[in-house]
Structure formats: C-alpha cells, structure tokens
Design a protein. Structure first.
Length: 201
C-alpha cells in the first residue's frame, strides 16, 4: 500500500518502476530478472554469487570491494579486489533459450527448452566468445577477468549440468581467466549453486 505521505511525483515514479518490472518479466527462465533496473539486477546476481562462494569456502575476492561500473563504463560490469588487493574484472551474462521465450510470447505455450551436451557446450562457448574482447575492456588493469553466466533454465539443475559438462574443456580465452555457470536457488541444497567451467591449458 502506498504511504499517505508519498507525493504525486513519487507515486508516479514508484508505479512506473513496478510496471517496468512487470513488463520485463518474460514468463520463462526469468528468476534473475526481478528489478526494473539492469544494474541492480546484475548487482543482485553478483551478491548472491559471493554468498554462495563464501558458504562453500571458495570466495576468491573481497565481497565488500565489489563496485558496479555502470552503463557506458562497461565492460566489465563490476570490479573487485582479490585477496591480495589486486583488481579483478567481473562480467555478468545470461544463458537462456530465446526460442522458448519467443514460443511463449507468440503462442502462450510454456515449454521447457531441451538441453543436451552439444547444445549447452555451443551456447556457453558463444557466451564466452561474446565476452572475450580485450580491446573493449575499460578500467583496470585487471589481474583476472571473471565471467558469471547466470541461468534459470528449468531443466538445467546443477547435477544435470555437471553430467553434461563432465570432462569438457573450453578453449582458452585471451581475456577470460575464470567462468562460472550460476543457477537459481536449489531447494535441496538451500543456496544458489554454481559450476566452474574448465579451460584447456
């Protein structure tokens, strides 16, 4: 309920934000798409990623040092300091089946996208290639460049992803040092699960 003290302009802004958030909900694999602001959305993803790393004793940077670079100052989307105080770049991107989104929009039919080993390798590889552009990087220098690929694809739980990516080594990139698939919460393990991708040496 809106506060009686909220003036007309504040009300309009508040309602506009709600409408924008609702409009952005695509109805398919959109767990991470909650706020009306893309920067806030990505900050939420990085914050939850930090928490999951910390719970597993694998946090490799200072979570209090994470700062968003903002639109126009990216890539990377964020920078942080590693445990030695060196700057690292953090880029956030999404893995989703856009055909499933289009099917839902056009027909109203909600169908889970099917993912097999070949498809997930191909889509991850596309996401990595799209973000591996050293000439576009702003800020830094960064001693490490990290990609968080978030997904809410219904069929991609952590055990299935782990089985699909068993023994998979992605081509070593020019810019990217580490990459993670980051998933929506798993009720069984009570955290946001993640899988670190392996690169060839």
């Amino acid at each position: 309920m809106l506060s009686a003290k909220m003036d007309t302009e504040e009300e309009k802004k508040f309602i506009a934000q709600i409408k924008e958030a609702i409009a952005r909900k695509r109805g398919y694999a959109d767990f991470f798409c909650w706020p009306p602001n893309r920067d806030l959305e990505e900050f939420g993803i990085v914050s939850e990623f930090c928490e999951s790393l910390e719970k597993n004793g694998q946090l490799f940077f200072n979570r209090d040092s994470v700062k968003g670079r903002g639109r126009g100052n990216d890539p990377p989307d964020f920078e942080a300091k590693d445990l030695l105080g060196n700057y690292i770049g953090i880029e956030v991107t999404e893995l989703v089946d856009f055909a499933a989104i289009e099917t839902l929009k056009n027909t109203g039919v909600y169908e889970w996208a099917e993912w097999d080993r070949a498809k997930i390798i191909r889509v991850i590889d596309e996401r990595l290639s799209a973000k591996d552009k050293p000439a576009q990087v702003k800020g830094g220098p960064y001693v490490s460049y990290v990609i968080i690929i978030h997904t809410d694809e219904p069929s991609l739980n952590v055990s299935y992803i782990t089985s699909l990516l068993k023994d998979v080594r992605f081509t070593k990139r020019k810019l990217i040092d580490r990459a993670f698939l980051f998933l929506s919460p798993d009720p069984e393990i009570k955290i946001y699960p993640y899988v670190e991708l392996e690169f060839s040496t």
